[in-house]
Design a protein around this ligand. Structure first.
Ligand code: FNR
Length: 197
């Protein structure tokens, strides 16, 4: 069976540069031979986490749907904006809801973190913040990350990165990540032990 990778754009707005970066990364993941599941935050509507809601109604359908999509993949890629030097509220809220699902789907998954922002830092500080809950949940977050600065002018009309060096670095980051994912999945298959999905 093919290696499956969920590629997730974490911003809600229609014109999101992170959705564009996620699409571009999805193409690069597919180039490595993996099966891609491209998704966006807005596909998974959910209320703010509230223990009373969880007690009364269980997990909201959006959180269950996202959890299922994560559960079906070997690895995931998130492209997220940075809000006030940290993780955007909707993404943290989604992580909190999904962390309540058992078996907890983030555990043992590989993750690659991407960001884009109109700033010169490209939203990179938010990715350091995003590592914390993901690593807490047992996700194997890839050490290298990619942040696209000046994202509002960062794309060509055909969806590639306008700066050739940036395009090359993104491709290298994705292929390095996929090499690790493939090696790990092969190791697990070789030893006849399976991920919990
Ligand atoms: C931002 N933005 C922002 N950008 C950044 O580089 N560092 C930051 O700390 C913040 N903080 C911030 C807070 C809030 C509340 C908003 C709404 C925005 C700008 C942000 O990067 C910009 O809106 C991006 O375009 C968001 O990504 P999408 O929507 O293009 O994917």
């Amino acid at each position: 069976a093919a290696i499956r990778v969920l590629v997730f754009g974490a911003a809600l707005r229609t014109g999101s540069t992170n959705a564009r970066l996620a699409s571009l990364a999805a193409g690069l993941v597919a180039d490595s031979g993996a099966e891609v599941d491209l998704a966006r935050m807005r596909d998974f509507a959910m209320p703010l986490y509230d223990g009373d809601v969880e007690d009364a109604e269980g997990l909201p359908p959006g959180a269950l749907a996202l959890s299922e999509r994560i559960g079906q993949c070997h690895a995931f890629v998130i492209s997220s904006p940075e809000y006030n030097a940290s993780v955007p509220g909707p993404l943290k809220n989604a992580i909190d809801w999904v962390s309540r699902v058992r078996p907890q789907p983030f555990k043992t998954k590989h993750a690659l973190l991407l960001s884009s922002s109109p700033s010169m830092i490209g939203g990179n500080r938010g990715l350091w913040a995003l590592r914390v809950p993901l690593e807490h949940l047992g996700t194997r977050v890839y050490p290298d990350m990619f942040s696209l600065p000046r994202a509002h002018e960062g794309f060509t009309d055909d969806g590639r990165l306008a700066h050739p060096g940036a395009q090359e670095r993104l491709a290298e980051t994705v292929s390095g990540f996929m090499r690790l994912v493939c090696a790990d999945v092969r190791f697990v298959c070789l030893h006849r032990r399976w991920y919990e999905f």
